[in-house]
Write a protein that binds this ligand. Sequence first.
Ligand SMILES: Cc1cc2nc3c(=O)[nH]c(=O)nc-3n(C[C@H](O)[C@H](O)[C@H](O)COP(=O)(O)OP(=O)(O)OC[C@H]3O[C@@H](n4cnc5c(N)ncnc54)[C@H](O)[C@@H]3O)c2cc1C
Length: 544
Amino acid sequence: MKNVLVIGSGISGMSCAIHCAQKGMHVTLVSPFPSERSQSVMAAGGINAVLSENQEDDSIDIHIEDTLKGGAYIAGRKAVEGLCTDAGPIVKYLEGIGTVFSIDADGKPKYRAFGGQSRKRTYYCGASTGKQIVTALNMEVRRLEAAGQVERQLGTCFHSALIKDGVCYGALLFRETTGNLDAVYADAVVMATGGQNTIFGKTTGSTQCDGYAEGRLFEQGVVLKNLEFIQYHPTTLETSQKRMLISEAVRGEGGRLFYEENGKRVYFMEDKYGPGGNLQTRDVVSREIYATHKDVYLDISFLDAAVINERLPEVRDLCRKYRGIDITREPIPVAPSVHFFMGGIAVHNDHSTSVSNLYAVGECASIYHGANRLGGNSLLAAVHGGRVAAQAIDKLEAGGAHPSFDEFITKQQEKLAAVKEAQSTFAYANILNMLAHTMQEDLGIVRDEASLRNGLQQIDYYLSVADRIRYDSSVLAYFNYSLPGILTLARGVLTCALNREESRGAHYRSDCPDTDESFAHATLISYDGGRYRTWLDTEGEYES
Ligand SMILES: Cc1cc2nc3c(=O)[nH]c(=O)nc-3n(C[C@H](O)[C@H](O)[C@H](O)COP(=O)(O)OP(=O)(O)OC[C@H]3O[C@@H](n4cnc5c(N)ncnc54)[C@H](O)[C@@H]3O)c2cc1C
């Protein structure tokens, strides 16, 4: 029987695990925390699909075109075609396994408008779409666990891949409970570890998504892609812990952005872009808010309270809970914040990476969103990517012998032991805070060569002290070894941004404000013994 190791148990990891198991493979599904605590549960607004019985004025072709356009035409067309064609069947599948979509009086699932899309096509479950999908997928995984086809391992973190001569044979896993590093061999390894929030500090997402796995794979020779494209969500609410997302659904339901000048409201998005101005793509709205240099508000209070209570209950509750704001009566103070990562592990259309038998799915993989993701397309991509990878893995040969990794494993164990002994004055949390500050300042909504070079210099310093930080027993042991990988990734992100000397999608350079067609390709980046090499994918290496 083929053995598959899936690392990360959010929507993409579970989708892949389920489809591998249903094809008769044995799956080991690992993560530090249960799926119910993955970032996927935070997804609010919905999932995109064209269901022909509902949407007469829409088509899969229009969804494809909106996705390619939203991504500033650097996502591969074939991959996007696969994504959008699969969207209808995915929504039906999710409904079939128990996802409770909001329905209208006739029992048909409801859909709403989302930014950057020419048609309404975002299906939703109130404002807790991710939670509903996670719950439904979790039930499927439990059934497969009961049947012995999936084995879940919690309290387990990725440490390194077991790679030799361009082939992946498994992974070294760190067990939080014992402190052990275990080698787990598999016919295929699937990375499903989500985004890179930690390198930016306070974001809308989960700190479980720290980018370590991507950074570590990068150090091990895996090619990454499009790291410079970081989505700032335009409407988030400041709280002490994190930036709370004010879902695009609020603008989808008619919410209006404004600032005040001389006691009057200025609806700057509508003034510049017309009646649909508030629903421009996220990169455009974020830059426009940034350019106002003013306190910006989002108003939905003109809607009937009953409508708000029915369609936006989670947004109503979070504004009340975290800031005491009653959105049925007053506007919400909003500002852009880091929200999503278009970049990640470079994958081909079947989700294979630059290393054989190593796959990546969900937000840690870079494939469908180009330079900017459309809201509602990443839940779709997480489910779809898991299915596509499972199909590809199904075609692999099973059961080959693996070479010896004894030397490598001993070396990693020694390094881990040394981390515990470190006596330095540098603390993990301080370096992470400084990193977040650097990334927010130097790789913000607007960046330029000087800011990017400054960021690189800062990170070189953090890297120079990262492997001798003071051991901190008050946090997860994993944190104590993950810093160098996280910093290596952050350096890669800045390097990609420095090399893209144009503005496109979410990447805006004030020193190169125009879009330059010679850059109309994805950025690829590799790491070789301390050297970062970037190139444009002009040959479509990752488009097939
Ligand atoms: C507030 C918010 C709202 C959103 N709303 C929407 C929406 O309405 N529609 C939409 O399409 N998208 C939305 N998104 C984006 C979407 O939720 C994510 O892109 C998607 O859920 C990612 O799924 P995933 O499986 O790739 O990753 P995740 O759900 O992040 O799961 C990652 C998994 O990997 C594990 N992991 C991480 N690091 C390691 C490691 N080192 N070792 C082992 N395991 C590890 C984690 O514990 C977790 O189990 C939203 C995002 C946020 C933050």
